[in-house]
Design a protein. Structure first.
Length: 155
């Protein structure tokens, strides 16, 4: 983070920023997220201390994202994460590594805050589109997936 910030890049880790697009305030809240898996196939804070620590790290990151989304104060909210909130954008990756590419806890935070869009990377062999259980559109913008320098999304 220090290197990115020294280069003038704002890193959103449990933080948010409001940008104006055609006069409309858009809140962007970010957190790296972490792994853990998805409903029915996920880790739990049970057993060995290392496994509990892994899950607690995921829970803390999802909570930071939730707080940042709720606090941003705009009607239009974008969740920005590195890890995926849904398994649909991981299709193309080996099924065995899904728990290391994202967590359903991120989707819960996104849905609870009423986000308009969720954007993530990390899944370089994944798929471009998915939906949270609450119906929020999720886009995987990893460069190998979108095959261009950027994508434009209409909200």
């Amino acid at each position: 983070m220090d290197v990115l910030e020294a280069a003038g890049i704002r890193v959103l880790e449990g933080d948010s920023v409001v940008v104006h697009c055609d006069g409309v305030p858009v809140g962007i809240a970010g957190a790296k997220g972490f792994g853990g898996g998805f409903a029915g196939r996920c880790a739990s804070a049970f057993g060995e201390p290392e496994m509990k620590s892994f899950v607690q790290h995921t829970e803390a990151s999802a909570e930071r994202l939730s707080r940042a989304l709720k606090d941003v104060g705009t009607d239009c909210k974008v969740a920005l994460t590195h890890y995926s909130p849904v398994p649909e954008t991981l299709v193309g990756e080996p099924l065995e590594i899904y728990p290391f590419l994202g967590s359903y806890l991120l989707a819960e935070a996104i849905d609870a805050a009423g986000a308009s869009l969720a954007i993530h990377g990390h899944a370089h062999h994944g798929s471009p589109r998915g939906l949270t259980p609450g119906g929020v559109r999720v886009r995987n913008v990893a460069h190998p997936v979108i095959r261009q320098a950027y994508s434009v999304f209409a909200l």
